[in-house]
Design a protein around this ligand. Structure first.
Ligand SMILES: N[C@@H](CCC(=O)N[C@@H](CS)C(=O)NCC(=O)O)C(=O)O
Length: 219
């Protein structure tokens, strides 16, 4: 088996993080190859041959390649299913549907948070980054929405959303970490959830790699 995950060279993509965590949780041997997005390397003919949407992440599994983090996660789950491998999604039908809802929502809403609290603030020491400005009105509205939605799904003790870890936990923790790391006030159980999920070894393996100097932000 030869699995390659293509990610950005700053290791600061929430979408690459999801795929990295999924591969790690499945205990699959894989190699990461980095793409310097700030140099436009994602548009090189060689990379577009692999990822025809010219983005990271992309997964290569032998002679098959795939982009879009949610498609990659579903592919991994079906190709290496539980119980032989760790489940990425809840076993219960309705919980699985709810997890997919949260993951799709996190990828399609809350743009002002992604714009004003880029993922670099989660993965880089702040003295290596431009200082962040106070959140705009629209970003504060997005924060309220995130707190409201997360407040409905995170249990009062800040534990996993569905009793046991799933990809939805990592994705929600990533979004909340944009606020934790920039000192935005949050309800205690959401902060506890974000901090606990961040300690997961598969997440830490991504978060603690050595990074090159910061390039212009990706959201
Ligand atoms: N919906 C995509 C988003 C992927 C994405 O936005 N990737 C960014 C890096 S975080 C990228 O490749 N940007 C370079 C570009 O679009 O040219 C996914 O879930 O994989």
């Amino acid at each position: 088996m030869s699995l390659i995950l293509y990610g950005n060279d700053t290791w600061s993509s929430p979408y690459v993080l999801s795929c990295f965590v999924a591969l790690s949780e499945k205990r699959l041997p894989f190699e990461v190859q980095t793409v310097p997005l700030h140099q436009g390397a994602q548009r090189s003919p060689a990379y577009v041959e692999t990822s025809f949407t010219a983005r990271v992440p992309a997964l290569v599994d032998g002679d098959f390649s795939l982009s879009e983090s949610s498609a990659i996660i579903e592919y991994l789950e079906e190709r290496w299913p539980a119980p032989g491998h760790v489940a990425l999604m809840p076993g219960d039908l309705r919980q699985r549907a709810r997890a997919r809802q949260i993951m799709a929502w996190l990828r399609s809403d809350l743009l002002p948070i992604r714009e004003e609290r880029s993922a670099e603030y989660v993965f880089y020491a702040h003295d290596r980054l431009p200082p962040y400005a106070p959140l705009s009105e629209r970003a504060l509205r997005a924060v309220d929405k995130l707190v409201s939605v997360a407040g409905r799904v995170v249990p009062p003790d800040g534990g996993p959303l569905f009793g046991a870890w799933s990809m939805a936990d990592t994705d929600l923790a990533m979004m909340l970490q944009r606020l934790v790391k920039t000192n935005q006030p949050l309800p205690a159980h959401l902060r506890a959830f974000a901090e606990r999920e961040w300690q997961r070894p598969s997440v830490q393996a991504y978060a603690t790699v050595s990074r090159p100097p910061h390039h212009p932000a990706q959201t």
